[in-house]
Design a protein around this ligand. Structure first.
Ligand SMILES: C[S@@+](CC[C@H](N)C(=O)[O-])C[C@H]1O[C@@H](n2cnc3c(N)ncnc32)[C@H](O)[C@@H]1O
Length: 286
């Protein structure tokens, strides 16, 4: 299962490497699904796809009458397509609507979220999902700009954030000051944290024996969730060490294959700069 099909790059490699393999791909982005479907049509019936959220893996498997998968891959975050299409509003480098919905067929846009959230709520989102140190003044400035009609697009949003940083910019942030706020808004708009929690609770249980769950994350919040969840699942007995015998009965149904995350090497980073913050972790069902 490719839980985050995107443009189908990973699925294509999986299908090409193993002529026996079949892949079920999930995504919420209709535009990406269309591109992936046409790209992978050469594999005929070995590739199937469905527009579904990855937290609903079990439902997707059931509806297609599929058995337990040998592998589940989640390549988290935003796709190149989403970043490159200015009209989707994910990029702060060019002007686009403040949208950021991965599933453009419904739900609240980033502008809607800023408009309807209180200043407190917005500051909490920027702090929690973006680890933004200037969450409170940025939230205040965004709310003011929204009320006075000055928050018109992604570029005006980025400029407002940069103005909050002002002279502090070079001392406080080596990355563009809009990076953390845009990440936080995107995560909130797409309920990414809640989706990932449910995915991590459900996906390991669906695997076939010997099957592997592979997660690639792009920022520390996601990687922390993956790491903690894999650690908890691969822990065997959790009885205190002074107990004479095990009473918890946990045998450790999973093994973590990556003590440390796998990261891209120099070559991969220069071929694909967007891979630079990627961290991959693998869990195996024993
Ligand atoms: C980093 S991209 C994946 C790129 C893909 N591996 C490829 O080779 O093209 C992440 C994809 O996950 C999708 N996505 C995000 N949240 C999702 C969710 N809750 N359920 C399913 N897909 C989701 C996004 O729409 C995006 O296309």
């Amino acid at each position: 299962m490719d839980a985050t099909l995107g443009l189908g790059g990973h699925s294509e490699v999986l299908l090409a490497l193993d002529p026996e393999a079949s892949v079920l791909g999930l995504d919420v982005d209709a535009e990406a699904l269309e591109i992936a479907r046409s790209r992978l049509s050469k594999f005929g019936g070995r590739f199937t796809s469905i527009k579904e959220r990855y937290m609903n893996l079990a439902t997707a498997l059931e509806s297609l009458n599929r058995q337990a998968p040998d592998g589940i891959l989640a390549d988290l975050g935003v796709s190149s397509l989403q970043l490159d299409r200015t009209e989707r509003g994910f990029s702060f480098q060019r002007s686009g609507p403040l949208d950021m919905r991965m599933d453009a067929s419904g739900g609240e846009t980033a502008l809607g979220l800023i408009r309807h959230s209180s200043e407190d709520e917005l500051a909490r989102i920027l702090k929690e999902y973006g680890e933004e140190r200037l969450a409170r003044p940025i939230a205040r400035r965004l709310k003011d700009a929204c009320k006075s009609g000055l928050l018109t697009d992604t570029l005006s949003c980025a400029k407002i954030i940069a103005s909050v940083y002002g002279a502090r910019r070079s001392a406080m942030s080596r990355i563009d000051p809009a990076t953390r706020t845009f990440q936080a808004l995107r995560m909130a708009v797409n309920h990414e944290s809640e989706n990932l929690d449910r995915f991590l609770a459900e996906a390991p249980l669906l695997l076939a024996k010997g099957g592997r769950l592979v997660c690639i994350s792009f920022h520390s919040l996601e990687d922390r969730k993956v790491k903690e969840s894999f650690r908890a699942l691969s822990r065997g007995c959790v009885c205190p060490s002074d107990f004479p015998k095990c009473v918890c009965g946990r045998t450790g149904e999973f093994k973590m294959l990556t003590k440390k995350p796998v990261t891209p090497d120099e070559g991969e980073m220069s071929r694909n700069p967007r891979s630079r913050s990627a961290k991959m972790r693998i869990l195996e069902k024993i």
